[in-house]
Design a protein around this ligand. Sequence first.
Ligand code: ATP
Ligand code: MG
Length: 723
Amino acid sequence: MDSESGVFRLRWTPSPSPTSPLVPNAKADEGQLHANGTGFEDINDLESYRSSSRGSLERYFPFSRTGVTSVPAPRLQPSHSLPKEGAKIGHTSSSRDESYSARATSFEDGGGVFLTWKDLWVTAADKRKEGQRPILGGLTGYAQPGEVLAVMGPSGCGKSTLLDALAGRLGLNMGKTGEILVNGRNEVLAYGTSAYVTQDDELMKTLTVSEAVRYSAQLQLPSSMSISEKLERADLVIRQMGLQDSINTVIGGWGRKGISGGQKRRVSICIEILTRPPLLFLDEPTSGLDSAASYHVMSRIAKLAQKDKSTVIASIHQPSGEVFELFHNLCLLCSGRLLYFGPTPDACQFFAQNGFPCPNLRNPSDHYLRTINGDFEVDIEEGNQGEMSAEKAVNILVESYEVSGTYYQLQNRVLAICYQEGEALEKGSQASFITQSFILTRRSFVNMYRDLGYYWLRLAIYIALCLCVGTIFHHIGHSYGSIQARGSMLMFVATFLTFMAIGGFPSFVEDMKIFQRERLNGHYGVGAYVIGNTLSSIPYLIVISLIPGVIAYYLVGLQKGLDHFVYFALVLFACMMLVESLMMIVASIVPDFLMGIITGAGIQGVMMLNGGFFRLPNDLPRPFWRYPVYYISFHKYAIQGFYKNEFEGLTFPNNQIGGPETITGEEILRSVWEVEMGYSKWVDLAILFGMVVVYRLMFFGIIKALETLEPMIMNQKRQLVNV
Ligand SMILES: Nc1ncnc2c1ncn2[C@@H]1O[C@H](COP(=O)(O)OP(=O)(O)OP(=O)(O)O)[C@@H](O)[C@H]1O
Ligand SMILES: [Mg+2]
């Protein structure tokens, strides 16, 4: 009910379409019901649209509370005198050609990102044929500020590949030729210059919707904004995406149910539109959404695009008629070939003129896909019913499009954009390094606290294991036999117990996936991530070294004195940090968690074997095993530190015939364990902490190196293909 007039009004009315404009309906225009239950609220931020030049049209499209929803293609002033010939040869009417070119905008019109691609080919290695399989075949197109380009086509036609190619995110096994220009410049999209909502949602499953977006706002938004402004922006985008009813719901993931798939999609979009990026890629933003939610999400994105003059490229499946009309241009693909690129409303006429008219009451986008999708063409039971095959239809459409006026217009538009060189794309200002490090530390700390698999499960296992150690070696005493028992117990703690830090690897791989998504979108730097991850884990590792450590230490009855226990706990802590750092390095190179665990376990197995317990140091084969592996293995310093901490200052009865009655701990260290006695146990500890720093720096270096090397390898490959 309208709060002011007290009258019920229709919410759902036919949308005004550029192809079949609505006659203003005075009754429908009177107002509308509140959008109760849809989850979408009126957003103050969008108020300005009501007063835009399209305001008069919007009055006839009462869809939401405000009735501000439809975004017909804007009609911008032409800035180029495009050749007129296109109108002659084309299928489209001259009025359509005019509307197409009338939307043409230029760099002078107020910045923004003009993206063009010409004759774009993408290939993937084909193992069976030992050659390259084309995935995209000679595509040409453009996207410009204030507009939303829809990429459509049957599943597997290359939509995601096109977005990846344009965003510079193709995998190393893929080749690319053709020209992709940003503002007419041959420029690689740097981190943070564009935002990409990928097809898969990589979100921190332990956070609530509000936390995820708010942390992201604090990470991404510049220091010039106050914290309250950042949080307000976060809350605004949450409402824009209709998530206000689930702000306190956990995102969830495997093993923990949280928000729905469609809500996850919207959280991903929220995070990427926070900074209002000038160039936004959306891979199936409406997957999992009902038709009303799809409409609201897309209309808000279209409005933001128009308001902020941002360029939006979205791949989309099954858009409803309402959603379809929100797109300014349509890029229709089939098996990587371009079937149509042009104004969305003109596609209907293009299909009709080629013998595929859209039946009445059928959604045009459904009709296009039904015409060109050949995946399910042959009816398995009844065979082909004599209908024209999709392959034939695709061939007709491709050939027809290549001689159409729309294609001619497209070529001209791409040429015109490429001709004028605009400004280089610059990364917007961001939060300071300290803010990013602080927020990442906090977010990671919360995540570790809530993820049982990260530390809590490990703590429980460690306590159980230390109880086992404590009871097996209980009251070890000071007999001659206790020398060997002490050595074995300390070796177990230094190697096998710390080895179990590997158990956090799956959680860490999840973290890395989120890091990779956020890093590619330029949310923060590698340094801030490494610092955040390191600092957030320290309190948990302290707890894990202290509680199980105290159980093992005092049940066994190792050297009395708090300083000895503190040293024991510090070595345990350093070893766990080292194992974690090692696993971080592994995760940055081997992102698959099963392969990562096997690799990490293998590396640690080699180091343990070489730590000086299973084979005494002087017996290790000199080349390789003694020099350098023995000195690289952190187990060597941990074991020797433990031994010095325990044996120094103790005396044991000597059971060797003819020898002295007692034997000192120092002698045992020298003769039995072959420990290097030239330096104190604190040096061993310092080396361990030094190794932690080196490992973390290596992790940082590897990520940085991969970021630099990957584009270089891609460039090299491209040059080779071109030769
Ligand atoms: N790295 C790759 N190596 C080999 N083939 C690939 C690779 N990436 C994509 N392909 C193939 O390229 C084609 C297009 O894939 P793409 O993911 O772009 O399709 P899509 O249109 O996004 O499909 P969907 O709508 O199902 O998401 C598919 O046949 C896919 O198998
Ligand atoms: Mg896809």
